[in-house]
Design a binder for this molecule. Sequence first.
Ligand code: DGI
Ligand code: FE
Ligand code: FE
Ligand code: FE
Length: 188
Amino acid sequence: TLTRDELLKRVASQMSEKRFKHVLGVEQSALELADQYGGNLEKASIAALVHDYCKERPKADFLAYMTKCSYPVDLIKFGNEIWHGVVGADMIRDELGIHDEEILNAVRHHTTGAANMSLLEQIIYVADYIEPGRDFPGVDEAREKAKTDLKEAVAYETQKTLAYLVKKGVPIYSRTLETYNVWVAQLE
Ligand code: DGI
Ligand code: FE
Ligand code: FE
Ligand code: FE
């Protein structure tokens, strides 16, 4: 397994300085949340460091990987925004040798959420949204909620993200809708 230093180097080599700063911010927020809610600090750190590892991959790499392995057909219609988590998790396993399914699921679901999310998945989903470098309307409210109730923060982020995507008129991935139905609309 990679040391933290080796992991940092591998991650930094995959992205712009700006995105690497975001990754370190997500790690900081994830560690704070893990500390507060009793999550595993080491897993929170690793998941945060690798969550956007594939964000800057060429589209062709994802398409080749998806063709080689079997993914749901509806996934092919989307783009890097969805692939870097869903497909990225498997690339991280192959390239970085990270096999912990909890960490991989945290990466897999960090963009869309999921109907059922482990504590670690909730931590990474929320940390990605509230890390110190984020600045958008509503981020402070999300930070406040994260301080008092992690699940409320998950719900808030899910509602805001879906509203934002609908306003932009972009396609909504099925898993994003599932997250909304369970976490916001409380359809079980
Ligand atoms: O990778 P980051 O920028 O740190 O953040 P992210 O992985 O949470 O989100 C990446 C983008 O994906 C963000 O602009 C919101 C968008 N997104 C989330 N769910 C969906 C989506 N885009 C589409 N088209 N459909 C979705 O369901
Ligand atoms: Fe991401
Ligand atoms: Fe996110
Ligand atoms: Fe991110």
